[in-house]
Design a protein. Sequence first.
Length: 226
Amino acid sequence: MYEERPSRLAGAVLWTSTPTGGVPRPVLPDGCMDLLWNEGRLLVAGPDTRAYVPDGPATAWAGLRLYPGTAPALLGVPAHELRDRRVELTDLWPAAEVRRLRDGIEAATHPATALEELALQRAAPPAPDLRRLVDALARGRPIAETAAELGLGARQLHRRSLHAFGYGPKTLARVLRLQRALALARQGVPYADTAARAGYADQAHLSRDVRALGGTTLTRLLRDDP
């Protein structure tokens, strides 16, 4: 069973997942990075460019999904170094420090809340212009217009996007467009209308993007929703 709620950390989401005996659900790209707790391990999920399907036996997880662009300041590593990767926090921070944090989370009643406390102590808000970039692309604004409004040239925007999000602005816009389409489809909007409203050329374009980023069909994704 999957559950989530807004975090006290701006823009972040706390979530937990417990085994139900079903087939593991794919984790879709969303522009975010996650701080994870699983069976005594602290891990980081980097920004995805394709669906991630957990392997191995199902186990309980707790996580803090960080707002796009906030993880590099917390972790001390550029997002592009973690693209499409799951790594142990000890790969990024000193082992003794991670052991201390791990012991504290293991003793906590709610590991997800303990992850939140960790992040609240260390996280910094995203740069205002990058926050505006995410907000604009999430609404479907064109990249060039948004960059011009922010006073960022194409190279500067690409460089800062790689560091903050793990990929360039075109990929970020594509990921956020997929999330926009999923939100519409989950509300019961017909697929053709979903495609038009989310910014796709047509329904076939939506289907291709869902397959490329999600690894399956839109109908299957909606059926597998918790």
